[in-house]
Design a binder for this molecule. Structure first.
Ligand code: BTN
Length: 310
């Protein structure tokens, strides 16, 4: 109902009468009025006058009805502890694939390696539940797909050329614009669900971390619509085959900010330093150490120490 009402109001830049709305929506004029009041409470700037109703402005909130065809899959929260926790619960209780939990703010946002992810208003924070039908060794596929889909969306919507940093950060000229976190449940080596959490700096002002951070607003000088970004991302992501690691790896290499750089990858109990020379089809980074030997690393914190040959 909300979607239909909004569609009619959006189609008309002029006032639309209550009579026309009730006719097109096949409900009484009182029901139209009630729906309008609800939308106003939710932040839509709808003004009424003797001739009817007119839409002047919309909130940038990821309400489910803003995602046609996905209304039943999108769960929106103004504030939540972490979209990962909520998506984990939903996945555990059997929700359909591509269920998406999105929030305006998180008060316990999770980052990789047990870090916190500051999640103030203005950023986009969401987790998508995937059920990719892949084995544990293929788990990099959906995660690579997510970072590449973000790169595509940044290009198509904002003409921002972003790069991917192993394992799954998205950078703009070396500054982090997005981080991705994945959590999964596995049974007999098969992935039951793999939840992909994306934190994207949109209109928020990310702290200048050690290696710098940026946001879409910082890059373009304009506020961006988070609901438009999420819709575009979900369109890309649902159509991006996570089982085609060959294709994902070659696209990843076209956008890599890591290969050709001198890196240090730290894991909980080890660190490997050298030149990042390749990634393989499991998503592992191949590092050439100074003594010439090659080492594959599957996870860890990757620091770019300097760039060679780029
Ligand atoms: C990183 O450390 O770079 C990954 C950050 C991932 C943050 C996102 S925000 C949405 C989702 N919910 C969380 O609590 N974390 C992820």
């Amino acid at each position: 109902m909300k979607r239909k009402l909004l569609r009619i109001l959006r189609e008309n830049s002029e006032t639309v009468s209550g009579e026309i709305l009730s006719g097109r929506m096949e409900v009484s004029r009182v029901a139209v009025w009630k729906h309008i009041q609800k939308l106003i409470e939710l932040g839509y700037d709808i003004r009424s006058g003797p001739k009817g109703y007119q839409l002047f402005g919309e909130p940038d909130a990821c309400y489910p009805w803003e995602f046609p065809g996905r209304e039943d899959l999108v769960r929106y929260y103004p504030e939540i502890e972490s979209t990962m926790a909520e998506a984990g619960d939903l996945a555990g209780s059997g929700c359909p694939p591509f269920t998406t939990v999105v929030a305006d703010r998180q008060n316990r946002g999770r980052g990789r390696l047990s870090r916190t992810w500051e999640s103030p208003d203005g950023g986009l924070y969401f987790t998508v539940v995937t059920r990719p039908g892949l084995s544990l060794t293929e788990s990099a596929g959906p995660v690579f797909a997510a970072s590449l889909c973000l790169v595509r969306v940044l290009k198509s919507l904002f003409d921002i050329s972003a790069g991917v940093k192993w394992p799954n950060d998205v950078l703009v000229e070396g500054k982090k614009i997005s981080g991705i976190l994945s959590e999964m449940e596995v049974e007999s080596d098969m992935i039951r669900h793999l939840n992909i959490g994306v934190g994207l700096n949109v209109n928020n002002d990310p702290p200048k971390e050690e290696f710098g951070a940026t946001s879409i607003m910082r890059e373009t000088g304009k506020r961006a619509s988070r609901k438009m970004i999420l819709g575009a991302f979900l369109d890309e992501f649902e159509n991006c085959p996570a089982n085609r690691m060959d294709r994902l790896v070659s696209e990843w290499k076209m956008h890599t900010a890591t290969l050709g750089s001198r890196v240090r990858v730290a894991t909980i109990d080890d660190a490997v330093e050298g030149l990042a020379v390749d990634i393989d089809e499991t998503g592992a980074l191949i590092i050439q150490r100074d003594d010439g030997t090659l080492k594959s690393v599957f996870h860890g914190d990757c620091f770019h120490l300097g760039e060679f040959g780029k």
